[in-house]
Write a protein that binds this ligand. Structure first.
Ligand SMILES: NC(=O)c1ccc[n+]([C@@H]2O[C@H](COP(=O)([O-])OP(=O)(O)OC[C@H]3O[C@@H](n4cnc5c(N)ncnc54)[C@H](O)[C@@H]3O)[C@@H](O)[C@H]2O)c1
Ligand SMILES: O=C/C=C/C=C(\O)C(=O)O
Length: 495
């Protein structure tokens, strides 16, 4: 929910960050709201087209400045200083992320901020070990030619991020972009402006030249997001967010034929076989269904359980869901947070109502928890589990992005695979089985970008990460970002 500055206290003012300095804009700033309480905690400047143009120009100028002349080793050293700079201000980053998202301190301090720093380390490592191809090529005249690959930065990259893992997803794009010599204009989600703004300060302190990293704040349509993706001097757009937003951004990218790197929506399935380690499957599925209040793109909203253990599995997951503790995000025993906004809570509750109206069996949840003030003003919903809905229910086909999942039984492996693949999305899956051959067979059959077996959200940052079908375009991680963040030229020299 965003209201004008007139209604918001002047507590914290977040401005843009262009060419190494804070920049304000003329549009009425919008309010930043704490989702745990619904209270306004500050306000944020909104960029207009002129501000976005200023940022893109600064990024273009920086490409031709000292940044463009640095060696890989010098850029790697700067990336490591960025990782260290985030760690040096760890408490500030955690507090900012918790305030913007309402997520429990335990989550922001163990996932969001550590990964926000680690993303810079992994791409600094990549620079030290990167290589391109070379060939000694026989020529028709009996001589030899040398062919070699030469990678150059793509240029000015537009980076647009969502609100669920704000710093993690921002540096997951900024780190490779900078590692490979580009400059960036980034737009964090309007819901979560704070940690990217802190990152701008860390950039300054780490000696990143002015204009290499620029931040503009605002919304999508008719605001910073649209102006940035439509700017003709942007050479590539990397975006993480909803699939339908990706469709709009792809249309903008088509003008000028700019490449895109997309991490989009999902409707991920877990497949649980009767021979699994049930304790591990329950623990893993509790995380995949309810971590970050279900606001994780890799999360599980569809669970298929082999019939012999179906009743036990449902009972155990119910017990785990009911043990989650909503509360003050900064309290040590809080393990469950609110949704990001009133609008998103209304969306999730509309699916709760839909499931009820379609006759689902509500195993647990389905409503709003009763919490004391000031939490009673936040955007809370109950962790929810359903069974008994038909496969074509909207609850089983549309991304909800909340703390809810549907469990259905299956009898045969091929039936479970077909159910898991029955989706326009193809982001992630988790498979729980004690049979190694089956693990490999099923992981090869489910049409996703990331398949976990007997685990979930276990990440080696060198691996390919991204979605199939309508869940994404391209891959991030390790060498895989090279295709988007660099141009590869072949040089052929007649010797
Ligand atoms: N695949 C992944 O790795 C991944 C990771 C996290 C989240 N997601 C997805 O993100 C979604 C939740 O995040 P969200 O609600 O912030 O997504 P969203 O698409 O509503 O917004 C994402 C970002 O895009 C901007 N935006 C919106 N419309 C735009 C437009 N027309 N032009 C340019 N920018 C525009 C927003 O301001 C925001 O910064 C879910 O669908 C989730 O699955 C995917
Ligand atoms: O909500 C989506 C989570 C995305 C996670 C990553 O991009 C990652 O782990 O690199």
């Amino acid at each position: 929910m965003n209201i004008t500055a007139a209604q918001a206290p002047a507590s914290s003012v977040i401005t843009h960050y262009i060419a190494g300095r804070p920049v304000t804009s003329s549009r009425p700033p919008f309010a930043n709201v704490d989702p745990a309480t619904g209270q306004v905690v500050g306000h944020v400047h909104e960029a207009d087209a002129g501000i976005v143009d200023m940022a893109v120009r600064a990024a273009r100028d920086a490409l031709h400045g000292p940044w463009g002349r640095l060696t890989d080793g010098e850029r790697a050293a700067i990336l490591r200083r960025l990782a260290d700079g985030i760690r040096a201000r760890f408490d500030e980053f955690v507090a900012a992320e918790v305030r913007d998202t309402g997520k429990p301190y335990s989550l922001a301090s163990h996932l969001d901020i550590p990964r926000g720093a680690a993303n810079f380390d992994v791409f600094a490592d990549q620079l030290a070990h990167g290589a391109t191809e070379a060939f000694r090529s026989p020529t028709p005249d009996g001589g030899i030619a040398l062919n070699y690959g030469l990678r150059t930065p793509r240029g000015v990259i537009a980076v647009i991020c969502p609100w669920n893992l704000p710093l993690l997803l921002m540096t997951w794009k900024v780190a490779p972009a900078l590692a490979f010599g580009n400059t960036v204009v980034v737009k964090p989600s309007e819901e979560t402006p704070s940690t990217t703004t802190l990152l701008a300060e860390v950039m300054n302190d780490a000696g990143v030249p002015p204009g290499v990293f620029n931040v503009v704040h605002g919304f999508g349509p008719d605001s910073a997001g649209q102006y940035l993706t439509e700017h003709p001097d942007v050479n590539g757009i990397t975006f993480t967010g909803e699939t339908r937003t990706g469709t709009a951004i792809m249309k903008a990218a088509a003008v000028g034929v700019r490449p895109v790197s997309f991490e989009l929506g999902g409707k991920n399935a877990a497949v649980v076989f009767a021979d699994c380690d049930l304790d591990a499957a329950i623990a893993g599925t509790t995380r995949s269904a309810f971590l970050n209040s279900g606001q994780v793109c890799l999360g599980t909203e569809r669970i298929y359980v082999e019939r012999p253990i179906f009743d036990t599995f449902v009972a155990r997951l119910k017990q785990a869901a009911e043990a989650l503790r909503p509360g003050d995000p900064n309290a040590g025993d809080t393990t469950f947070g609110p949704l990001i906004s009133k609008a998103h809570r209304d969306k999730v509750l509309s699916y709760y109502a839909r499931a009820r109206n379609e006759g689902a069996s509500i195993v647990t949840g389905g409503g709003v928890p009763s919490l004391p003030a000031p939490l009673s003003g936040g955007w809370w919903v109950e962790p929810t589990i359903w069974t008994g809905l038909p496969a074509d229910s909207a609850v089983l086909t549309e991304e909800i992005f909340g703390p809810c999942c549907h469990i259905a039984p299956f009898d045969r492996e091929d039936e479970a695979i077909a159910a898991a693949n029955d989706s326009p999305y193809g982001l992630a899956t988790s498979i729980w089985t004690g049979d190694l051959s089956r693990a490999h067979r099923v992981a090869a059959a489910i049409e996703v970008g990331v398949a976990w077996v007997n685990c979930w959200f276990l990440r080696d940052l060198r691996t390919a990460f991204g979605g199939a079908k309508q869940s994404g375009i391209g891959r991030e991680g390790g060498v895989h970002g090279l295709e988007f963040y660099t141009e590869l030229r072949n040089v052929c020299i007649k010797l």
